[in-house]
Design a protein around this ligand. Structure first.
Ligand code: GLN
Length: 468
């Protein structure tokens, strides 16, 4: 059931928020044993909220699953890390949670993720394996793998994820659901555990484009608690959702359709492009010439920011603390050594290196300049087209364990999603079909749509037209 269908059922008196929660809890108890999307859930406190739900509100009584790096008062917030798994409970609600509650929704359940959102497979979670509901031998994608898998497995109506370089869109693509990364500054980051602060955004994962629009409507808007949140009006994201693509110009960046894309992914995406053309869109070839530098740029800037953000995990203020340290320096060192997993350590080392004196200009400083060029590529392209269309990932979900040996290969597979974060523009992944891959049949394929900064309404309109 989609969010909008459930809402109609509430309004028609056909079911209640309590009944919906109990159904989900039953499904989690049965199906999620195999999928492993949920790290925890608290039915009792959700039921208490449901009994007071105001169904007249836009998301009245709707349960929403939350990625385990977004703070919900009194609940665990592990970030998929041993560091926070032992004893940390959130002392406050993130702004998105406050806004969801104000719209009537009920945060329900904590979803697995790559540790501190670093990864593309959810295999970097230190706590649990999450499997793709379409094929349990495969990854759900990441880092919001739990958020995508729960929606695909129908153990959640909708969820929130976070996207620093593709972490909403790529798992949505691998699991066959909708995933929206809003423009940088559109949604408050207050209460999201920071990975790379200049790239992070929170967004919805849903079964339909309409559901994504409904959640964005609730969570978007200015927040004085996030200095990068934008003080601009929030448009009505549902008003023009069904206006179609007739007369719109949609750009195909030739850099996104080169070698290295699985032929089944290419074919599925091209079929959807043909459909958009039939619906009256003009398809235009464009170029984003700095695309080839996106991976290098992102994997300098994101680890640099992460190395600074993660310095707060020192064994003193949050989570894990080593037993019997020799002195204070030993306490910091051992707490971090014991608490962080290998990918997080790799990123901290990378980030510290590119920020260190002697290397700062050559790496970090230069990456910032290339970031500007990547942003300008999009500004130039959006002079000519309304939105940009591409694959989300070069191939469908791979087997669990098949990528572990080669982090660089994993980083390269982020090529189509990273640029939107570097440029700050919104992006969405919608299911556009399925393909056979690597011995498996019918694995989901996502289509990515990118739009100019703050043009989520346009983005959602194209997505709605392209939706299966
Ligand atoms: N896969 C990318 C990374 O590992 C993006 C992760 C994200 O968006 N949080 O950094």
């Amino acid at each position: 059931m989609t969010l909008s269908t459930l809402r109609q059922k509430f309004l028609a008196g056909e079911t209640t928020p309590e009944a919906a929660l109990r159904d989900l809890a039953n499904d989690i108890a049965t199906r999620d044993k195999q999928t492993g999307a949920y790290l925890s859930h608290d039915l009792e406190s959700a039921l208490a909220e449901a009994s007071k739900a105001d169904l007249s509100l836009p998301l009245g009584g709707i349960p929403i699953g939350i990625k385990d790096n977004i703070n919900v008062l009194g609940q665990p917030c592990t970030c998929g890390s041993k560091f926070l798994a032992e004893n940390y409970l959130s002392p406050y609600d993130a702004t998105v949670i406050r806004k969801l509650r104000a719209a009537g929704a009920i945060p329900f359940g904590r979803l697995n993720m790559d540790e501190f959102a670093m990864g593309s497979a959810t295999e970097n979670s230190a706590l649990q394996t999450t499997r793709n509901p379409h094929d349990h031998s495969r990854i759900p994608g990441g880092s919001s793998g739990g958020s995508a898998a729960a929606v695909a497995d129908r153990t959640a109506i909708a969820t929130l994820g976070s996207d620093t370089g593709g972490s909403i869109r790529q798992p949505a693509s691998h699991c066959g659901v909708v995933g929206l990364k809003p423009s940088y500054g559109r949604v408050s980051r207050y209460g999201l555990v920071a990975f790379a602060s200049s790239l992070d955004q929170i967004g919805p994962l849903t079964q339909s484009v309409e559901d994504a629009a409904m959640i964005l409507q609730a969570i978007a808007g200015f927040d004085p608690l996030d200095s990068t949140s934008l003080d601009v009006p929030v448009p009505d994201y549902l008003a023009n959702l069904n206006d179609g693509v007739k007369g719109m110009k949609l750009g195909l960046p030739h850099e996104y359709f080169g070698d290295g894309i699985d032929p089944g992914v290419r074919h599925t995406v091209e079929k959807t492009i043909a459909k958009l053309r039939e619906l009256g869109a003009e398809i235009v070839d464009i170029s984003l010439p700095h695309t080839e530098h996106a991976v290098a740029t992102y994997y300098i800037i994101a680890p640099a920011e992460a190395s600074s953000n993660l310095s707060r995990f020192d064994g003193i203020r949050y989570g894990h603390r080593t037993k019997q340290p020799a002195d204070i320096a030993d306490l910091y060192r051992k707490s971090r050594e014991e608490g962080f997993g290998p990918e997080v350590k790799r990123r901290i080392i990378l980030g510290t290196h590119v920020l260190s004196s002697g290397y700062y200009d050559a790496y970090y400083g230069r990456a910032q300049k290339v970031r500007t060029l990547i942003r300008q590529d999009f500004e130039n392209a959006f002079q000519k087209v309304d939105a940009i269309i591409s694959p989300v990932a070069p191939s469908p979900a791979r087997k669990i364990g098949a990528g572990a040996a080669d982090p660089l290969h994993e980083y390269l597979s982020d090529i189509f999603t990273l640029s939107a974060n570097l440029a700050g523009i919104p992006g969405i992944s919608i299911p556009c079909g399925s393909t056979d891959f690597d011995g498996a049949k019918n694995l989901p394929v996502g289509l990515q749509i990118l739009a100019p900064h703050l043009e989520e309404a346009k983005l959602l309109r194209v997505a709605k037209a392209a939706e299966l």
